[in-house]
Design a protein around this ligand. Structure first.
Ligand code: ATP
Length: 347
């Protein structure tokens, strides 16, 4: 086991700066998820930690060692890739034991480690099959098995679930989490899927344009996003943003409608409210129904507030025809305010 520490790491591809000075500390046994939109640099950062990409400047430490100059095989890490990278001509057992054979580990120990990993992952009956005889989920498990047998200090996952269908993704998500609870190996996991990040992580690192926007526990990021980007990225359906101004009466939308909020000096702000923090309320503000979408467990309402659009999620089943006027109110202490520079200003 080991902690991982990235200190002011940069990565330039010629004139393009993919990673612009990133520092992050990952505790021993922690499950950290790097998340962000396509192109934000999360895979590059993971590959720098793995040693598959060089580092332009800064420092990466795994356990006691500065690993900047170490080859991937000497970093005591195991990586699971999006495409699984299985050898098609080798059986599951051979695929899983391959790295150990390279290390010239004795045959009996290889068999034992492969057997253990197969048991943990439910692959025992598939050990003599070839990758093409496996389902997507089974291949994914073999790829994890290959990582587990090495008993590394750190697991690195690069979007390992993106080739699976939605249902299997949810299942594998809990399997990976359960595996982590069992093995307690330090894990760094890359995804662009914020729900995967929220459900799996001890700590989420949100990246954008080669920089870290915010890091913290899933609920810290959800409850107190530092800026508009994190507020909009974490949470599904996404937070509503209403543009307007603080006035002496409270927050006024760009259309002049008054919404409850804490009192603040006059300035242009963005008012953020999550869809699940809006309630039907006879004393609330008028909105006009655009669409009602029942999912069974909840109801999604898209409505117009002046010229702006709001998404609301209600636990109750409601009916409203397009054009029907409803009254809604935000939960008082669930309002987020962001200044003109997109930074959070609520206390
Ligand atoms: P995705 O979710 O799409 O995989 P990502 O956040 O993982 O995105 P990276 O793959 O880390 O993004 O890429 C970050 C940026 O660096 C991108 O703009 C990409 O085009 C650029 N980049 C990556 N590899 C190279 C390379 N070898 N040469 C030049 N630019 C590169």
């Amino acid at each position: 086991m080991a902690h991982v520490s990235v200190n002011n790491a940069r990565k330039d591809y010629g004139a393009f700066k993919a990673i612009k000075g990133v520092s992050v500390d990952i505790g021993d046994g922690e499950f950290v998820v790097l998340v962000g939109p396509s192109g934000c640099g999360k895979s590059t950062l993971l590959r720098m930690i793995a040693g598959l990409e060089g580092i332009t400047s800064g420092q990466i430490q795994i356990g006691k060692h500065i690993v900047n100059e170490l080859a991937p095989k000497d970093r005591d890490i195991a990586m699971v890739f999006q495409n699984y990278a299985l050898y098609p001509h080798m059986t599951v057992a051979k695929n899983m034991g391959f790295s150990l054979r390279l290390k010239r580990m004795p045959r009996t120990e290889i068999d034992q480690r492969v057997g253990n990993a197969a048991k943990i992952l439910g692959l025992e009956s598939l050990l003599e099959r070839y990758p093409k005889q496996l389902s997507g989920g089974q291949r994914q498990r073999v790829a994890m098995g290959r990582a587990i047998v090495r008993d590394p200090a750190v697991f690195l996952f690069d979007e390992p679930l993106s080739n699976l269908d939605a249902k299997l993704r949810v299942q594998m998500r809990s399997e990976i989490k359960e595996l982590h609870q069992r093995l307690q190996t330090t894990t760094i996991y890359v995804t662009h899927d914020q729900i995967e990040a929220m459900t799996m992580a001890d700590k989420i690192v949100v990246m954008k344009d080669g920089l870290i926007e915010q890091s913290g526990s899933p609920l810290e990021l959800y409850d107190r996003p530092n800026n508009l980007f994190v507020a909009g990225f974490i949470g599904s359906p996404a937070m509503n943003f209403i543009s307007g101004n603080m006035t002496e009466d409270g927050f006024r939308t760009a259309d002049g409608l008054l919404l409850p909020s804490e009192r603040r000096p006059p300035e242009a702000v963005t008012y953020g409210i999550r869809p699940e923090h809006l309630r039907l309320d006879p004393g609330g503000i008028e909105v006009t129904t655009v669409v009602v979408e029942p999912t069974g467990s909840e109801t999604l309402l898209i409505a117009r507030l002046g010229t702006q659009t709001l998404t609301c999620v209600f636990r109750d089943r409601i009916r409203a025809a397009p054009g029907e006027v409803l009254r809604i109110a935000p939960i008082h202490d669930a309002v987020h305010l962001f200044a003109g520079d997109e930074q959070r200003i609520t206390s």
